[in-house]
Design a protein around this ligand. Structure first.
Ligand code: CO
Length: 183
């Protein structure tokens, strides 16, 4: 299996991914391919749609040094990375939010401030189909919300301020043109 990153403008990025029901070696292979593409592009998260697949799965790997708050303390000291999230759902979230600069491997060179919940709890499955629950804060919570959006065809540029979107318009149009050329 050799899949490549899909850029903004590829139709699959706007589609809703499908629930996974088969927990077999093909699924494991898909997850391995997702990690390969993510690491190659130096990302911290990747959803299946970003390599042209429609399964409800994303992967995240946040290095310990990035998993810190403003005081340099670990946000999620008990969470094991990397992690694979299958059929994920957010089951609860904090009232408080966080603002931070976000990027996406499907939007090379484009970043913008996005407001997200500061803390989320998510339910998901692992490669064996066993249910798992994660409580995540900070960047990890941001990544989970960003990747889950992908599975619903939602992109981070949908969540930025209208002014920022106008400012990014030129870059987005250029990327769209580039993508359409390569489709
Ligand atoms: Co993304």
């Amino acid at each position: 299996m050799k899949l490549t990153l899909k850029m903004y403008g590829t139709p699959v990025l706007r589609q809703k991914a499908m629930e996974i029901t088969k927990f077999d070696s093909k699924l494991k292979e898909l997850s391995e391919e997702m990690f390969r593409v993510m690491y190659e592009a130096k990302g911290i998260g990747l959803a299946a749609e970003q390599i042209g697949r429609k399964e409800r799965i994303f992967v995240i790997d946040i290095p310990p040094l990035s998993d810190t708050n403003q005081n340099g303390e670990r946000e999620n000291p008990n969470v094991q990375m990397p992690e694979i999230f299958i059929n994920p759902k957010i089951i609860s979230h904090s009232e408080s939010t966080q603002k931070g600069i976000e990027g996406c491997l499907s939007f090379p060179g484009i970043t913008a401030e996005v407001e997200r919940f500061y803390e989320v709890s998510a339910e998901y499955m692992d490669l064996n189909g066993s249910k798992k629950i994660i409580n995540a804060k900070g960047l990890l919570a941001r990544a989970i919300q960003h990747e889950l959006d992908h599975l619903n065809g939602v992109l981070f540029i949908d969540k930025i301020s209208p002014i920022k979107k106008i400012l990014l318009d030129g870059k987005l149009k250029k990327l769209l043109k580039e993508t359409k050329k390569n489709l």
